[in-house]
Write a protein that binds this ligand. Structure first.
Ligand code: SF4
Length: 381
C-alpha cells in the first residue's frame, strides 16, 4: 500500500530528476524497492531524452572469443572450459583473421574481442591477436579484453597494467569493453568469482585506460545472489570513477542466465526486473552518456521495450556470440540492420548507426562503403 510518506519521498525524487540533480544511495534504494515500474520508467525516460533525445543507437559489429579455456571458475559462467574439456577450443591466427575478414566484408565497424584466460598461452599470444587484426584490417575498431583479462596479463608478466594497456594501444587496441565487473561488493564478489580481479582492480584498470585516452564501457551482472543494496552500491562506484575520469561511454546491465552454470538453481530475472534495473541504472548514472539494452541477454522483446525505460542503445548486429548462448540465451545469434532499425522505429524512436566511439556512420552502396561522420553530441541530435 502506498503511504503519504511514500508519495512524499517519490515526489522529492521526481523533483531531483526534473532538476537534473544527483540521486543518493538512499534515493536509489527507495526507487528500486518501492517505486512502481511505470513511474520508474517515466523518470528514467526524462533522463534518457534529456541526454539522447529520441534517438536509439546501434552498431554493426561481430564478436570474437579466441578461446574458452579459462583458469577461473566463476560460478555464473557457462562459457569457460577446462583445457581438456570436450568443448575446449583455441582459435588459430588463421581462424582469427578469417573472422576479422568476415566482419570487414559484412561492413562491420567494430570487432568485440574477449575470451577465457588460457593459462598455457603467453602474453604475446593475446597481444598478437590485436596486432595481426589491426595490421590486416585497420578500419575495424578493436574493442578488446575486459579488466579481468588485463589483470591476468599483469599476473602473467609482472608488469603494471598501465604499461600493458599502452602497449596494446600502440598495436591497434581502440577501446575496452565493460565486462568482468559483475557485482563489485565483496560480499557477492567473493562468492561468485573469488579469484578474479577485485572491484578495486577493475576500477583502477579502467581509470588507467581512461588516462591513456582509451574509452571504455561498464557492466553489472544482476539477477543471481545480489541484493538491491549491492546493485545500487555498484552503480555508485561506477559513478564515482566517471566523476574523476569521464572515460566511460556506455553502461550495460547484464541479466544473469543460469543454464549450464553452477547457479542453475536460480531463476533468470523476469522482464519486470530487467526493466527495473535498466531504469534504475539510467537514473543513478547521471554522468554516463549512454545506457544499453543488450538484446542478446535481455531478449529482443524486452530490449525493445527498454527504450522507454532509459536505454538509448541496442548494441549491434553481433554474430558469433558464445558467452551468453552457452548460458542459455535464446535470442538469435545475429540481427540484421533492417531488423534492428525496425525494432527501434516500432518503439517510436529514431535509429542511428554509430561507431564504437559514437560517431555517425555514413553508409554508401556496398557493405564496405562506409565513412565515419560527425561526433554525435548529446541532446543536439
Ligand atoms: S566469467 Fe570469464 S574469468 Fe570467469 S570463468 Fe568465465 S571466462 Fe573465466
Amino acid at each position: 500500500m502506498t503511504t503519504h510518506a511514500d508519495s512524499d519521498r517519490l515526489r522529492l525524487i521526481r523533483t531531483k530528476v526534473e532538476a537534473n540533480q544527483r540521486l543518493s544511495f538512499e534515493d536509489g534504494l527507495y526507487l528500486h524497492n518501492h517505486a512502481d515500474l511505470f513511474t520508474l520508467g517515466e523518470l528514467a525516460n526524462i533522463v534518457r531524452e534529456r541526454k539522447n533525445g529520441n534517438v536509439t543507437y546501434y552498431n554493426v559489429n561481430e564478436h570474437l572469443n579466441p578461446t574458452n579455456v579459462c583458469v577461473y571458475r566463476c560460478s555464473f559462467c557457462a562459457f569457460r572450459s577446462d583445457l581438456k574439456g570436450p568443448r575446449a577450443y583455441v582459435m588459430s591466427d588463421e581462424q582469427i583473421l578469417e573472422r576479422a575478414r568476415e566482419a570487414t566484408e559484412r561492413g562491420c565497424t567494430e570487432l568485440h574481442v574477449v575470451g577465457g584466460l588460457h593459462h598455457q598461452k603467453p602474453y604475446e599470444w593475446y597481444l598478437n591477436i590485436i596486432r595481426i587484426i589491426h595490421e590486416n584490417f585497420p578500419r575495424l575498431h578493436l574493442k578488446g579484453y575486459t579488466a579481468v583479462e588485463w589483470d591476468w596479463f599483469h599476473r602473467l608478466t609482472g608488469r603494471p597494467t598501465r604499461d600493458i594497456l599502452a602497449e596494446f594501444k600502440s598495436v591497434g587496441l581502440g577501446s575496452l569493453p565493460g565486462g568482468g565487473a559483475e557485482i563489485f561488493h565483496p560480499d557477492v564478489r567473493s562468492k561468485i568469482c573469488e579469484y578474479k580481479a577485485s572491484a578495486d582492480d577493475w576500477l583502477r584498470i579502467h581509470q588507467e585506460a581512461h588516462e591513456l585516452g582509451l574509452r571504455s564501457n561498464a557492466t553489472m551482472l544482476y539477477g543471481h545472489i545480489e541484493s538491491p543494496e549491492h546493485r545500487v552500491d555498484h552503480l555508485i562506484r561506477l559513478r564515482e570513477l566517471q566523476d574523476r575520469t569521464g572515460g566511460f561511454q556506455t553502461f550495460i546491465p547484464l541479466a544473469f542466465h543460469p543454464d549450464n552454470t553452477r547457479l542453475n538453481h536460480i531463476q533468470k530475472p523476469s522482464g519486470m526486473t530487467d526493466l527495473r534495473v535498466m531504469a534504475l541504472s539510467r537514473l543513478m548514472l547521471d554522468n554516463f552518456d549512454h545506457v544499453k539494452a543488450y538484446w542478446i541477454m535481455l531478449g529482443i522483446q524486452t530490449a525493445q521495450v527498454a527504450q522507454s525505460y532509459g536505454a538509448d542503445d541496442l548494441d549491434g548486429t553481433v554474430v558469433h556470440e558464445k558467452i551468453y548462448h552457452d548460458a542459455g540465451s535464446d535470442s538469435p545469434q545475429e540481427m540484421t540492420v533492417a531488423e534492428i532499425r525496425r525494432l527501434i522505429e516500432e518503439a517510436g524512436r529514431v535509429p542511428m548507426e554509430r561507431d564504437t566511439l559514437y560517431h555517425e556512420v555514413v553508409r554508401g552502396e556496398g557493405p564496405n562503403q562506409w565513412q565515419i561522420g560527425r561526433k554525435l553530441q548529446l541532446a543536439t541530435i
